[in-house]
Design a protein around this ligand. Structure first.
Ligand SMILES: [Zn+2]
Length: 157
């Protein structure tokens, strides 16, 4: 995550102070906002897990849950549904939070997974996914992130 080096108010240098920075000129504190990743755990009737192959770095060519970042002022469940639709073509109803993973890779400060159910759409790769599919646990493709492996593990499939 990019860290500002100069005070947006007075232009003086910022100095680290614990988990925030303080302006060396006007003494204002600056806090960094966390970047929130959300993903969905979707199974088909056979109990297989919906995964997407990443078309972009980081972890290009590896597989992850349909996932992305929550935009400012966006409902986290709406963000998870939006990312799933963009990447897989499937409309999902997003349910309960399954788990919260701290310090996820791929630039999120933390990563939430939700249970989700397909309610429409048609399976096709889109946005930054270049392939999509349902996989069973004993035939998983190479997974992208530690958080993906943890989420797949925790999903118990
Ligand atoms: Zn300042």
């Amino acid at each position: 995550m990019e860290i500002a080096r100069h005070c947006p108010s007075c232009g003086a240098a910022l100095a680290p102070e614990g988990r925030f920075q303080r302006c060396t000129g006007c003494r204002r504190p600056y806090f960094r906002d966390p970047k929130v990743g959300v993903g969905v755990v979707v199974r088909n009737d056979a109990g297989q897990l919906l995964l997407v192959r990443r078309g972009n770095e980081p972890a290009r060519g590896l597989w992850s849950l349909p996932a992305g970042f929550v935009d400012a002022d966006e409902d986290p469940r709406a963000a998870a549904a939006r990312e799933c639709l963009e990447e897989t073509g499937l409309l999902v109803e997003v349910g309960a939070v399954l788990e919260v993973y701290p310090s996820a890779e791929g630039a999120a400060s933390f990563f939430l997974t939700f249970a989700a159910t397909v309610v429409g759409g048609e399976l096709r790769a889109g946005d930054d996914a270049d392939e999509v599919g349902f996989f069973s646990t004993d035939h998983l493709p190479p997974l992208a992130f530690e958080s993906t492996r943890a989420a797949v593990n925790d999903a118990g499939i």
